[in-house]
Design a protein around this ligand. Structure first.
Ligand SMILES: *Cc1c(COP(=O)(O)O)cnc(C)c1O
Ligand SMILES: [Zn+2]
Length: 445
């Protein structure tokens, strides 16, 4: 009997509540749902989490997600009972989030133009399937198991399918993956094949594939693991938890993410709202979201570049008509999302409204950068001995731009999330073979 947690519509006027074991993640009013908890977690847990860094033989302490299990206990288990953990919590042998924490990277600091001590970057590429997606996926598949789902379904720009496929294989579930034909990096698609997923080609872009996957999920009773799934958002809270724990729960001034479907942005926002409400943090970091120039819906709407109107959360009642008019205009003018950073090549961010809430709560900001800037960002991360993909390169590149524009100040403390590891070998090869690139080291004869 689930009575300490429930789901709730994010729209303030609606606010409809639902029990935890459901598989439809849109409210009847069309808005997304939040996982809510009735109890306020004790701050003594900070010490418990710290002690679990010595895992004492438990994979749930090893896991960088489940180490914080009291803060996402939607299964309502006794979190100290190993049997209950094993029965309910889905984990790839404790590997999700295990390796990821923030690091100083001196060459990146130099590139963006700030003192090394002020900047930390957290490589989420060192997750078992190679991206931050494993944080949320372990939680979503935990919920899928709770409701007895046999098949999980997702549309993907690549990393979602790699992660979903991995957990599905490990849990003996089926997994259907909807992809825009020809738009997925082979390094990610190959993982989906390797993990035995069923690939479904959709003509069009990610947004089209996503729409098709939702229709089919409804028809076949499949369980959707895209980031409209509120349990994914819960699992991804572990990303800022790990960063904050590392900083002794002293918040930085900024947390910086690339923006695609805005699951991360939404999740970080929810994480900070909860921690603030519980009194765990006193200061709220500002979230900066970095869009690609070619896939900049959030930038356009948030910064008033469409109809001169700045789209805002507006106390839970954002101007959804404005969003619809922009999407209609995109269709009419044939504006298709276009960037080489395929992980953020998304025109209709499915978590847009939750993202707006996160931006409102944190006084966040949104900018766009070019593909070239992203490639430089990706490359300079490599020079510190860390691996990241092009979309993650948006983070150093965006921080550099924000420092140049004096929005981030020289003495601000920044945590940037490097969302995934390099899975497109040709990107660095081509980058380094073009001598005009800032960090290029072309081969010699
Ligand atoms: C999915 C993904 C993103 C986009 O994240 P959102 O939460 O959808 O905004 C960015 N980078 C990488 C590497 C990804 O896999
Ligand atoms: Zn509603």
């Amino acid at each position: 009997m689930q009575d300490k947690s429930y789901l709730k519509c994010i729209n303030k006027k609606c606010g409809k509540e639902y029990p935890i074991p459901i598989i439809e993640f849109n409210c009847t009013c069309g808005n997304l749902l939040d996982v809510k908890y009735k109890d306020t977690p004790s701050q003594n847990l900070k010490e418990v989490f710290y002690q679990r860094r010595d895992p004492q033989g438990s994979i749930f302490n090893e896991s960088g997600v489940w180490r914080f299990r009291e803060l996402l206990n939607f299964c309502e288990i006794d979190t100290e009972d190993l049997n209950q953990c094993s029965q309910h919590l889905v984990s790839l042998d404790g590997a999700e989030g295990r390796q990821s924490k923030p690091y100083h990277m001196s060459k990146v600091a130099k590139f963006v133009g700030i003192e090394n001590e002020k900047l930390m970057l957290q490589p989420e590429g060192y997750n078992p399937s190679g991206s931050f997606k494993d944080n949320g996926m372990s939680a979503a598949v935990t919920h899928a198991k709770l409701v007895g789902a046999k098949k999980i379904i997702c549309a993907s720009t690549g990393n979602t399918s790699a992660s979903a496929g991995m957990y599905a294989a490990n849990e003996n579930m089926e997994c259907d993956v909807y992809i825009p034909e020809g738009e997925i990096a082979p390094g990610k698609l190959s993982q989906a094949y390797q993990f035995g997923t069923q690939i479904i080609h959709v003509h069009g872009n990610f947004d089209d594939a996503f729409t098709k996957s939702l229709i089919d999920a409804k028809e076949s009773g499949g369980y959707t693991v895209n980031s409209i799934n509120p349990f994914r958002i819960e699992g991804q809270k572990a990303i800022p938890y790990r960063a904050l724990e590392f900083l002794d729960w002293e918040t930085p001034d900024w947390i910086v993410y690339p923006g695609g479907a805005l699951g991360n942005t939404s999740s970080c926002g929810k994480c900070l709202m909860e921690l603030y409400e519980w009194g765990w943090i006193k200061k709220i970091p500002r979230i900066a979201v970095i869009n690609a120039d070619g896939a900049n819906t959030l930038d356009v709407l948030y910064n008033g570049k469409f109809e001169d109107t700045e789209l805002r959360w507006n106390d839970g009642n954002p101007d959804t008509e404005l969003i619809n008019r922009y999407y209609i205009k995109m269709n009419k003018d044939g504006i298709r999302p276009k960037t080489k950073a395929t992980a953020i090549q998304i025109g209709k961010p499915s978590n847009l409204v939750k993202g707006l809430r996160a931006l409102e709560f944190t006084d966040g900001i949104v900018i766009s950068i070019t593909d070239k800037e992203m490639l430089d960002g990706m490359s300079v991360v490599g020079l510190n001995g860390f691996d990241c993909e092009m979309a993650s390169g948006a983070v150093p590149a965006g921080i550099k731009k924000l420092l140049n524009e004096n929005i981030i100040k020289k003495d601000d403390e920044i945590v940037g999330i490097l969302t995934g590891r390099q899975k497109e070998p040709l990107l660095p090869i081509n980058y380094h073979n073009e001598p005009s690139n800032q960090f290029a080291k072309p081969p010699k004869r």
